[in-house]
Design a protein around this ligand. Structure first.
Ligand SMILES: C[S@@+](CC[C@H](N)C(=O)[O-])C[C@H]1O[C@@H](n2cnc3c(N)ncnc32)[C@H](O)[C@@H]1O
Length: 491
């Protein structure tokens, strides 16, 4: 509810004063009187004489009278005198009570003349001089064709820049889902809102994973995996997840128990920006169902390959449940991709998130990249990239979401650069590199110890690498305007 005020009159009196003694708070440049308006003012004075008093403020201490409204009228009167007209020196003025000059200055800004117009520059200089608050006064002023944002920026650069940036961002969202910058910030409200809407459509990614994999999700630190490897070496047997948990607790290692799914907003953005309408997506390391389900929902055809039959089965079930007809999965080892796909198969987009070496171990199947020594992993990974790129049509994109990993001594392996290298060797061009900022999750719990002990900063980003095959000049002709899917909360 608006607060109620007790209003009072600040009009003191109206009496005749010598207008030639007026002083002015504002500079001449404050208001413009264009020749047309000057002509109208003159014509009106000559025809109607004086029908309106001046507004003035008298300084009580010294009797100086500041004219708050009527400057151009006094200028015009001087002109009329020069032209030979007879003008009385005493004319009516209405005296307004003001506490001080700043308060009087405020009234100067809000009295609007029907002839003279405030100039943007004039008002700016005036506001600066009297330290007036534009945000407070702008609603009371008759500001003609002012660029309000520009004015606010002139007077208060940081606020206006922020408003402008917010407005620009929301129009970028309307056009592109998220602002097309080299940073994807999954912590932002617009990202989280959209993610919630996708999840509300029934996305579930992890069905296919056995309980221990379900728990050992990507939030897990490599310390947990090192621990598991050491336990395995010590006993010659795979420890159960419960045993790992117990051991981890004893050693004070943080265990991530939350679950996550592959980001549907990231998926939607990549498909909408880098696929042609209705194009075919190839995913050589499918994992969960999200990338297939989002593809189908957006009208793309998707084919995902994963080495784990239980994951593929779960994805197919999930797609049936949601009626996602355009998503398909094949069980197989992508290093045999050429044998798995019909000879005629060609994709319009490659999109995947490969195993980050052995950061998460997915199975003990032969051929599962996550079980390999790093050298072998890299060789097989390069072969899979080469075969996938071979199945991509010309003038199309490929996108890999990757994150660097550390070796046993804690040194980064440079996996991101090695992925880029593998693509360049497969004849693709590096086209965009985007940093995907992840939510901090359990990082704040883990980062203190890791920083204190070994100066490792907490990694909360991944890299979204976008490659292109063919002639980049053809992008405009092949990739039409981006269509943004309307999504409701209860989709
Ligand atoms: C990083 S995961 C992708 C999962 C994704 N992050 C998600 O949650 O949806 C990589 C996937 O590659 C699969 N994979 C590992 N080696 C493979 C191979 N040689 N051929 C096909 N899939 C393989 C694993 O089973 C795992 O599901």
């Amino acid at each position: 509810m608006e607060t109620t005020l007790t209003l009072s009159s600040r009009v003191l009196k109206t009496e005749n004063v010598n207008w030639r003694d007026f002083k002015f708070i504002q500079q001449d440049s404050f208001k413009d009187l264009d020749p047309d308006a000057a002509h109208r003012l003159k014509a009106s004075i000559l025809a109607n004489n004086f029908t309106q008093p001046f507004y003035v403020w008298e300084v009580p201490e010294n009797g100086t009278i500041f004219c708050l409204d009527g400057k151009h009228r006094t200028l015009m009167l001087e002109q009329l005198i020069k032209e030979g007209h007879t003008v009385p020196y005493l004319l009516p003025a209405t005296f307004i009570h003001c506490e001080n000059k700043k308060e009087a200055a405020k009234l100067v800004t809000i009295y609007s003349s029907i002839y003279a117009r405030v100039s943007q520059k004039g008002l700016f200089d005036f506001m600066k001089e009297y330290e007036l608050d534009f945000t407070e006064l702008k609603d009371q002023m008759d500001l003609p064709e002012f660029d309000m944002l520009e004015m606010m920026e002139m007077l208060n650069p940081t606020d206006a820049a922020a408003t402008q940036a917010a407005e620009a961002r929301s129009s970028l969202q309307e056009k592109f889902i998220i602002p097309p910058f080299s940073i994807f910030d999954t912590r932002q409200g617009y990202w989280m809102d959209r993610k919630r809407k996708w999840i509300a459509m029934g996305l579930e990614s992890e069905d296919g994973r056995p309980e221990e994999l379900f728990m050992a999700k990507s939030g897990q630190s490599s310390g947990i995996y090192n621990l598991r490897n050491r336990m395995r070496e010590a006993t010659g047997q795979d420890p159960s997840w419960d045993e790992i948990l117990k051991e981890a607790k004893k050693r004070g290692l943080h265990v991530y128990t939350g679950t996550s799914i592959f980001d549907p907003v990231l998926t939607e953005v990549v498909y909408s920006w880098f696929n042609i309408p209705g194009g075919v997506i190839l995913d050589p390391f499918a994992g969960g169902s999200v990338r297939g389900l989002v593809a189908s929902e957006l009208g793309f055809n998707y084919i995902g390959i994963d080495i784990r039959p239980e994951q593929v089965e779960a994805n197919i079930q999930q797609a049936m449940l949601l009626g996602a007809k355009q998503a398909e999965w094949i069980t197989g080892d992508s290093s045999q991709l050429n044998e798995l796909l019909p000879e005629s198969f060609r994709a319009d987009l490659i999109f995947t998130c490969p195993p980050y070496a052995d950061l998460e171990v997915y199975s003990d199947l032969e051929g599962d990249l996550s079980t390999m020594e790093y050298d072998e992993f890299l060789k097989t990974y390069q072969q899979i990239i080469k075969q996938s790129c071979g199945r991509l049509k010309d003038d199309r994109f490929a996108c890999f979401v990757v994150g660097d990993i550390r070796d046993e001594s804690g040194i980064y392996r440079n996996f991101v650069s090695q992925t880029i290298e593998a693509f360049l060797e497969s004849g693709m061009l590096l086209y965009n590199e985007i940093i995907l900022i992840n939510v901090a999750g359990s990082l704040p719990v883990r980062v203190g110890r890791q920083m204190a002990n070994s100066r490792k900063v907490g990694k909360m980003h991944q890299n979204v690498l976008v490659f292109y095959k063919g002639d980049s000049k053809k992008i405009k002709e092949n990739f039409p305007e981006i269509e943004v899917k309307e999504m409701s909360e209860n989709a």
